[in-house]
Design a protein around this ligand. Structure first.
Ligand code: HEC
Ligand code: HEC
Length: 190
């Protein structure tokens, strides 16, 4: 056996060992996905204001292992596509494939999230009595049509959302192939 294939064999063996060791300490694929997002750089404790701009449902999804509500849809609206200031009190207007219309309100950091009927959040509000949550009675039927409204300015997303539940998995500060910039709706009036 030449040294290259011996090296490869060793590599395969150790990878198998690493994978099974991770299995032993019980890191589920969902928890792995959550861990990959890294720590929250923001100042808020876990609740409606934390992790603005992150893909909320990577953690708060159906497969989440912790005891708290899962979100049907969630995201963060900004004042402009490239800055870090969240837009408070913007409306996110959603229409699903069955014609169900929902209007969500963003909280103090620009976050919004839809909760299934019967779910509620246990933690403090996001200011002005609006914590960014909206309870919906029926689950969403994809695809979805969405737009964002700040004051009188409405920005429509032309395409449909086919399955993704976090705006941030497509909308990110870094513009590029994997991102369309932040979700925003800028008010033109001074
Ligand atoms: C990396 C994983 C992760 C991401 C991403 C994440 N969260 Fe959380 N969130 C948590 C954890 C962990 C808790 C605390 C859960 C607990 O105490 O049971 C939490 C708690 C919350 C709570 C309080 C729930 C309750 O009932 O107490 C809200 C509301 C919340 N997050 C909203 C959001 C929003 C909105 C986003 C996206 C902008 C988001 N989270 C992104 C992990 C995450
Ligand atoms: C699967 C990827 C994807 C997801 C998920 C997604 N978007 Fe989009 N979004 C796009 C793309 C691509 C565009 C640009 C083309 C268009 O308008 O369809 C866009 C454009 C937009 C625009 C118009 C921006 C402008 O410059 O006029 C708004 C507003 C918007 N999205 C809001 C949202 C909101 C709110 C969510 C979450 C509820 C969301 N998007 C989720 C891909 C996505």
């Amino acid at each position: 056996m030449d040294s290259l294939s011996r090296g490869l064999k060793w590599l395969v063996l150790t990878s198998v060992l690493v994978v099974s060791a991770a299995g032993c300490i019980g890191v589920s694929p969902e928890q792995q996905l959550a861990n990959e997002l890294g720590p929250d750089p923001g100042p808020y404790s876990r609740g409606p204001l934390h992790r603005a701009g992150f893909p909320c449902t990577n953690c708060h999804g159906d497969l989440w292992w912790q005891d708290h509500p899962t979100f049907e849809l969630a995201g963060t609206v900004y004042k402009t596509p490239t800055d870090d200031s969240g837009s408070h009190g913007s409306q996110v207007i959603i229409e699903d494939a069955k014609g169900q219309k929902i209007t969500a309100q963003t909280n103090a950091v620009g976050n919004f999230f839809l909760l299934q009927n019967g779910m509620s959040v246990g933690r403090g509000g996001g200011g002005g009595g609006n914590d960014g949550s909206t309870v919906i009675t029926a689950g969403l039927t994809f695809p979805l049509r969405v737009s964002v409204k700040t004051g009188a300015v409405e920005q429509k997303m032309r395409g449909l959302i086919w399955r993704e539940r976090s705006c941030a998995n497509c909308h990110n500060k870094q513009l590029g192939a994997a991102s369309n910039g932040r979700v925003f709706a800028a008010e033109n009036s001074p």
